[in-house]
Design a protein around this ligand. Structure first.
Ligand code: FES
Length: 168
């Protein structure tokens, strides 16, 4: 009798897809991007070491919070290739992302809290715009939602990911 999937040290692509919740086509894409890897059987079928589930989970979550794939790849490339990453490896990786994640959390909170107010984008569509951005005076400072961008600049980030966040 075949052992249950949880007992297997290697998973087929179908098992990986089922357990990770990621489509087979996406797993193939991750593999082409060098984010995950699999050995091939003599019949050229993929066999993923079970630890790849953790990598796929990290990729999914990181993508969901808006971390670019290139940054995810760089982070994963810093993990050991030949051995299973230890808890310390994962801790180091999440420490490296902490500042960026803190900044994104701040931007998302700003989006949640400030987006009902005038953001200085030039639309002049809210009654508040005539006070906060009379005659689009903020447009003279540059492009984009100036009130969000300038808040971000004052807090020390270049655009704080605002342009990226707002365009989503
Ligand atoms: S919200 Fe666009 S200029 Fe005020």
């Amino acid at each position: 009798m075949e052992s249950p999937a949880w007992k297997k040290s290697e998973l087929t692509v179908g098992e990986m897809s089922r357990r990770s919740g990621v489509a087979v086509s996406a797993l193939h894409f991750y593999e082409r991007q060098g984010l995950i890897s699999a050995r091939r059987t003599s019949g050229n079928q993929r066999r993923y070491p079970r630890i790849m589930l953790r990598r796929v989970a990290l990729i999914r979550i990181a993508q969901r919070v808006g971390i670019p794939l290139a940054d995810i790849a760089a982070a994963l490339n810093s993990l050991p290739d030949g051995r299973t990453p230890t808890q310390e490896d994962w801790e180091r990786l999440s420490r490296e992302w902490r500042d960026e994640l803190d900044e994104r959390i701040k931007r998302l909170q700003q989006l949640r809290d400030d987006f009902t107010d005038c953001i200085g984008c030039g639309c002049l569509s809210l009654s508040r715009c005539s006070l906060a951005n009379k005659r689009d005076v903020l447009g003279e400072h540059g492009p984009g939602p100036r009130r969000l961008l300038e808040d971000a600049e004052q807090s020390g980030s270049s655009d704080g990911g605002v342009a990226e966040t707002v365009s989503r």
